[in-house]
Each structure stands twice: as C-alpha cells, then as structure tokens.
Design a protein around this ligand. Sequence first.
Ligand code: HEC
Length: 148
Amino acid sequence: MKALTHLAVLLVFTFSFADQLFEKGYEVFKKSCSTCHRENMSPQEIAKIRETVKKTGKPPIKAPPMSEVSARVKKFYPTEEKFIAFVKDYITNPSREKGVCLPMAYKLFGVMPPIGRTLSEEEKEAVSYWLYHRFSDSWEEFIKKHPH
Ligand code: HEC
C-alpha cells in the first residue's frame, strides 16, 4: 500500500512536471518562434501558398509551419532525447549542412537565424520538448496529408 502511494505521488509529480514544461514551451514558441513559424496549416492553406510561390517566386510566409518541422526532424531524430538535442543545437547554431528540411525550404526561406542565442537553456529545452510532443504525425503521415 505504501509503495502504491509512493507510485501515485511520483506519477502525479511526473505528469504535472511534463505539463508545465509543455506549457512553458508553448509560451516560448509564441514569444520567439511564431513571428516566422505558424503552429499548423491546413492542406488548403499550404496549397494556396504553393500557388503564390508559383506566381511570384516568393512565399507569403517566413518559414515552414511547426507541424511540418516537427514531423521532418523526427524522421532523422526519432527519439525524444535526440530530437531535443538537435533542436536546441540547431536554433542556436543553424546551418545548411546540419539542417534536415527539404532542399526547397532553404531555397524559399534561407537558413534560420540563431534565435536560440536569445533564449535561456531552460527556454530552449522547453520549446524543443513542446515541438516534439505537440505533433504526432510521422513524416510519411504528414506528407500524405499535405502532398508537396
Ligand atoms: C526569423 C524567422 C525564424 C524564427 C523567429 C524562427 N525560425 Fe525556425 N526556421 C526558420 C526558417 C526560415 C527555417 C527553414 C530553413 C532552416 O531549416 O534553416 C527554420 C527551420 C527550423 C527548424 C528545422 C531545422 C532543420 O532541420 O533545417 C527548426 C527545428 C526550427 N526552425 C525551430 C525553431 C524554433 C524552436 C524557433 C523559436 C525558438 C524558431 N525556429 C524561430 C525561420 C525562423
């Protein structure tokens, strides 16, 4: 019984800690990422953007949506640990060589600026954690819903 109580306390603690990290990560996203990255986009919105690129050669947005970024990075860094390590490093020291986006993304948008340098270690951890858990699609599932 005692062990069970301990387990219950531990579980509650673990879940609330994870919730807090997720919430904090969302705040960091809104503050520091959402000027360029939309959280999500419908297939219709993406189709419209593709039309604009075809007509003008330029996208009306500054970066791929986070739903796409999350799915894409998971293809190369599938575990939570590797994903978070990659994102924390990429946002601090981004480069074309390190990046795993589609070649088209760098052509359209250029390489991301090192926004992570303005964030604390905790903020970087939280936003990377949020990005991993906010979306559940694999790259294959994402691409099926949003053909490129
Ligand atoms: C000034 C615009 C801008 C801001 C602000 C911005 N990004 Fe980006 N981000 C981009 C662009 C453009 C790309 C696509 C090119 C690239 O990957 O470098 C990108 C790509 C990425 C990628 C994919 C990396 C890869 O493999 O190529 C991740 C992860 C990412 N952003 C995370 C973030 C996070 C987290 C934040 C907020 C802390 C953020 N970005 C803020 C412009 C931005």
